[in-house]
Design a protein around this ligand. Structure first.
Ligand code: F6P
Length: 618
C-alpha cells in the first residue's frame, strides 16, 4: 500500500533499503529502485512464496492500494495499464509473478496433477479467470425430511468428477435446483456456497417448473438423447413439446451464464447432453467467451444419430463451443462423421477442427477421471475391517466371497446381464453356490420415466428368481439394495469386495471402474469390465468382457475368484498408477490449457489485425 503511494518518485529509501551496489551501478537509478520495489512487493515477504498461487494477483493488488488493484485487474485480463505511472511497475510485477509461477510449475510438473497444480495452471495461464460450469445436476442437493434439511451428494459420475475440480478452481456451478429444500437454502441471488463443511465455490440454482423439468430433463434429454446416444437397444422417444421445453430452458440458462460470468470473455464449461443448444446461445450473447463443452456420454454413428428430428439444430448448438470434448477418439470420430453428413461444415481430421458459420470448434478427446486420492477414502478402515463390517451388516457368513456392482438404476448399465452371469457361474461351477454372492447397489434414477420403472421391475424380478433358485436360509446369492448410498459407504463396499463387475452395455467412461481401483490400496480385488465402456480403453489389466456374452462373463467371475494374490496385485498396481497419473485434475488441466492456448492465439491474432498494413510505398 505504501509502496504504491510513493510510486511516481521511487525515491523513498524506506521503501527499498537494501540495494546491491553493483546492481545500482549497472542500471539507471529509477530502474534500480523500481526493480527493488517490485522485488520487495513480490519476493520480499517470505510468506508470499508460500501463498496459494491463485492469491498472487490478489496479494499484489492488496499490497498496492486501490489504483494498483484496478491496474492489476486490467493486467490479469491481458489489457495494458491505463495510468502511465503504473506501466513499468505492473510490467515488473507481472514478470516476477510469472517467473515465480514458472519455477513453481516446473517444480510441480515432474509430479502428479493435484488441486494445487490445477489452481496454478488457472492462475498462470488463464490469469485467475473465473470458471463457470453449467450442468443440470447440482453437486449438493438440499432435501427436507420432516423438520430437518439434509444435504445429499447425488449419484452421478459427472458430479464425482467435477466437484473436486471446482473445489480447486472456485468459481460458479450453475445447475437446476431440484431439491425440496433448495429454495430455502439460497441467498437472494439464488446462490449457496459449498461444500458445506469448507465453502470453496458457489452453486447458482436455476428454478424450473414441473412442466419444464418434465419436458427438458425427463423428456428430451432422458427419453430422447440418452437412448439415442447409448446403443443399448432402447428406443428414443422424441416429442415436439419436449423439444420446445429443451430450447426454453436453455435460453434461461444462457441468461444466467451471462449474469454469473460478469465479463465479456469468461471461461464457460458446459456439461453433457442436457445442454446441447447452450453453447450457441451463450456464443450469441458473449461472442468472446471460451466455451468448453464436454459430452459425458457416447456419441453414436451418423445412421443412429440421423433419426433425431432436430439433428441439425443440435449439431449447430454444439458447434457454438470453442472446444468440444468426448471421452474417446472413437466418439470424436463419430462426431466428425455426423457433422460431415448433416451440415455444410469443413471437417478437418488432421487438426481436429470443424469450421462452421465462420467459427471454429476444436474436437478433442479428454478421458475423464476421478480425484486422486479420493476424498471418500480418507477415513476408511483397513480392508480386513471393511470386510468384517460389511459382511456383518449384510448378514453374510464371515467367509463368503462376494462381488460388487455400483450403478444408478439404469438400463444402460447391464445389471440384468450381470445377474444372468452370476446364475450361469452357479450352473457351470456349482461349488460357488453358498460360497459366493453378488451385492448390487442401485441408486434410484429418473424413476418417473416408464422405461426406468419397467427396468426396476425386471431387475427385482430377476434377482428374486435367482435367489429363489439358489438361496437358502442365511444365504442370498443376489443382495439387491435399491437405495442411495453415500460415497463413504460405496468405498467401504469396494474395499470389502473380492471383485467388482462393471457390465455397462454402453458407457462414455464409467467412473465406478476407476473408483474401485482407487479404493484398493491393498492391491487386491479384481475388476471385470465391459468392453463397451470408455474405461476399458485405459484399464487394460481388468478382465475385459462382452457383457452380452453371459458365458464369458461367468467365466471371468470364476477367473477373478480364483486369481492368485500376486496376479491381482500386479494388475491392480498397474491400474492404480494409471488412474493416479491420469486423474481428474489432469483432465481439467488439459482442457483449461487448451483454452488458454486458444485465448492467447486470439489475442495475438487480434493485435496483428490492428497492426498497420504495409502499402506499396512502404
Ligand atoms: O454422463 C451421464 C450422466 O450425466 C453422468 O455423469 C451421471 O452419472 C448421470 O448421467 C447422472 O444422471 P442424472 O443427472 O440424470 O441423475
Amino acid at each position: 500500500m505504501h509502496a504504491c503511494r510513493s510510486l511516481p518518485g521511487f525515491d523513498s529509501p524506506a521503501v527499498c533499503p537494501a540495494l546491491p551496489v553493483t546492481f545500482r551501478n549497472a542500471v539507471p537509478q529509477d530502474v534500480v529502485l523500481r526493480q527493488a520495489l517490485t522485488r520487495q512487493v513480490v519476493r520480499g515477504t517470505s510468506a508470499f512464496r508460500a501463498a496459494a498461487p491463485s492469491n498472487i494477483p490478489l496479494l499484489v493488488a492488496r499490497l498496492s492500494g486501490r489504483n494498483c488493484r484496478q491496474e492489476s485487474r486490467r493486467r490479469a485480463r491481458g489489457e495494458p495499464p491505463q495510468r502511465p505511472e503504473f506501466r513499468p511497475i505492473m510490467r515488473d510485477v507481472r514478470e516476477l509473478v510469472d517467473r515465480i509461477m514458472v519455477e513453481k510449475e516446473t517444480e510441480l510438473e515432474g509430479g502428479a496433477w493435484t488441486p494445487q497444480r490445477l489452481k496454478l495452471t488457472l492462475t498462470r495461464h488463464l490469469h485467475g479467470e473465473t470458471v463457470v460450469i453449467v450442468a443440470n445436476r447440482e453437486p449438493y442437493i438440499h432435501e427436507r425430511h420432516d423438520n430437518v434439511v439434509e444435504i445429499r451428494r447425488p449419484a452421478s459420475g459427472l458430479v464425482s468428477a467435477l466437484e473436486p475440480v471446482m473445489r480447486a478452481c472456485s468459481g460458479t456451478w450453475i445447475a437446476h435446483g431440484a431439491g425440496s429444500a433448495d429454495r430455502e437454502s439460497v441467498d437472494r441471488f439464488d446462490r449457496v456456497m459449498v461444500p458445506p463443511e469448507k465453502p470453496a465455490y458457489r452453486i447458482r440454482r436455476v428454478w424450473l417448473t414441473k412442466e419444464e423439468e418434465q419436458g427438458y430433463y425427463f423428456g428430451f434429454a432422458n427419453e430422447g438423447l440418452w437412448p439415442l446416444c447409448h446403443i443399448a437397444h432402447t428406443r428414443p422417444v422424441f416429442r415436439h413439446d419436449d423439444w420446445e421445453y429443451y430450447k426454453t430452458v436453455h435460453q434461461r440458462f444462457a441468461e444466467v451464464v451471462v449474469a454469473e460470468a460478469r465479463t465479456e470473455d469468461p471461461i464457460v464449461l458446459v456439461q453433457d447432453y442436457h445442454f446441447a443448444l447452450l453453447p450457441r446461445m451463450v456464443r450469441e450473447r458473449l461472442p468472446r467467451a471460451t466455451i468448453i463443452t464436454f459430452w459425458h456420454i457416447p456419441w453414436p454413428n451418423p445412421e443412429a444419430f440421423g433419426i433425431l428430428p432436430w439433428r441439425e439444430e443440435v449439431l449447430e448448438g454444439m458447434l457454438g463451443s470453442s472446444i468440444l470434448g468426448f471421452h474417446t477418439q472413437f466418439h470424436c470420430n463419430n462426431f466428425f462423421d455426423t457433422v460431415d453428413r448433416f451440415l455444410e461444415a469443413r471437417v478437418d481430421r488432421e487438426t481436429f477442427t470443424i469450421s462452421y458459420g465462420g467459427e471454429q470448434t476444436e474436437v478433442r478427446r479428454y478421458p475423464i477421471s476421478i480425484e486422486w486420492p479420493p476424498s471418500a477414502l480418507a477415513h476408511q478402515k483397513p480392508v480386513e475391517e471393511c470386510r468384517r463390517v460389511v459382511r456383518e451388516r449384510l448378514a453374510m457368513a464371515p467367509d463368503l466371497r462376494f462381488g460388487i456392482g455400483i450403478d444408478r438404476l439404469d438400463y444402460t448399465k447391464g445389471i440384468l446381464e450381470r445377474f444372468l452371469a452370476v446364475e450361469r457361474l452357479f450352473e457351470l461351477e456349482p461349488h460357488w453356490i453358498g460360497r459366493f454372492a453378488f451385492v448390487q447397489v442401485a441408486a434410484p434414477s429418473r424413476s418417473s420415466i416408464d422405461e426406468y420403472q419397467n427396468f426396476e421391475a425386471r431387475v427385482r424380478a430377476l434377482a428374486a428368481r435367482i435367489n429363489e433358485r439358489y438361496g437358502r436360509p442365511g444365504y442370498q446369492p443376489i443382495v439387491l439394495k435399491i437405495e442411495h448410498h453415500t460415497a463413504e459407504e460405496v468405498f467401504e463396499l469396494y474395499r470389502a469386495a473380492d471383485l467388482c463387475y462393471v457390465s455397462s452395455l454402453h458407457d462414455g467412461m464409467n467412473l465406478v471402474a476407476k473408483e474401485f481401483v482407487a479404493a484398493r490400496d491393498d492391491d487386491r480385488g479384481v475388476l471385470i469390465l465391459s468392453q463397451f465402456t470408455g474405461a476399458s480403453r485405459e484399464l487394460h489389466e481388468a478382465l475385459i468382457v462382452n457383457p452380452y456374452d453371459i458365458e464369458q462373463s461367468a467365466a471371468a467371475m470364476h477367473i477373478a475368484l480364483t486369481m492368485q494374490p500376486e496376479e491381482q496385485g500386479a494388475r491392480m498396481r498397474a491400474m492404480r498408477s494409471l488412474v493416479q497419473e491420469f486423474n481428474v485434475y489432469r483432465w481439467a488441466g488439459r482442457m483449461l490449457l487448451d483454452a488458454a492456448r486458444m485465448r492467447h492465439r486470439r489475442r495475438v491474432l487480434s493485435r496483428g489485425r490492428r497492426a498497420p498494413r504495409l502499402t506499396a510505398a512502404g
